[in-house]
Design a protein around this ligand. Structure first.
Ligand SMILES: [Zn+2]
Ligand SMILES: [Zn+2]
Length: 164
């Protein structure tokens, strides 16, 4: 597979029970098939540690703003959205195969957010409750002319389902 960020060639890397594809010696990004990222996204998931120091070529620069095509489904432009309720790390996700692309450094940032799965799930739950309470408490806001309050139900569901 071709790297969606720098065009290099991805190579397989085994981490625990997973085999992910990494841009080793290139931009250092990582490709996760659907549900794989959920196994290495918390600090207590030790397997993920070996993914934190992938060798990069300092001369390879990537444009993190450009939209990338899925390395598995070349016809699909991946969607960019925040991973997790803290909304700090933006990831690229393919709407067709569910794979996720992380640029170098993004996995470390994601893992720094929560110690374990229970903490992460609690945070997603609290975020969902907050968003829904907010939406229900202020119905007039969305009715105001020209203003549409976007309710991120899609991203909430995605966060809740990611681990299944
Ligand atoms: Zn690359
Ligand atoms: Zn895809």
């Amino acid at each position: 597979m071709k790297c969606p960020a720098c065009g290099g060639t991805l190579s397989e890397l085994k981490v625990g029970d997973l085999t992910v594809d990494v841009c080793r010696g290139g931009c250092g990004g990582i490709w996760f098939d659907e549900f794989e990222l959920g196994h290495v996204d918390d600090q207590d998931e030790a397997a993920g540690e070996s993914l934190l120091d992938i060798e990069t070529d300092p001369l390879v620069k990537v444009d993190t703003k450009s939209h990338r095509r899925c390395p598995q489904c070349p016809e699909i432009v991946m969607q960019r959205h925040f991973y997790g309720p803290k909304r700090r790390v933006e990831i690229d996700e393919c709407g067709k195969c569910g794979g996720i692309w992380l640029d170098a450094g993004e996995l470390a940032a994601i893992r720094a957010e929560y110690k374990n799965q229970a903490e992460r799930e609690q945070a997603v739950h609290d975020y969902a409750v907050d968003v829904l309470r907010d939406a229900l408490a202020r119905p007039a806001l969305s009715a105001r002319a020209g203003e549409r309050k976007h309710l991120p139900v899609g991203s909430i569901l995605r966060l809740l389902w990611r681990k299944r």
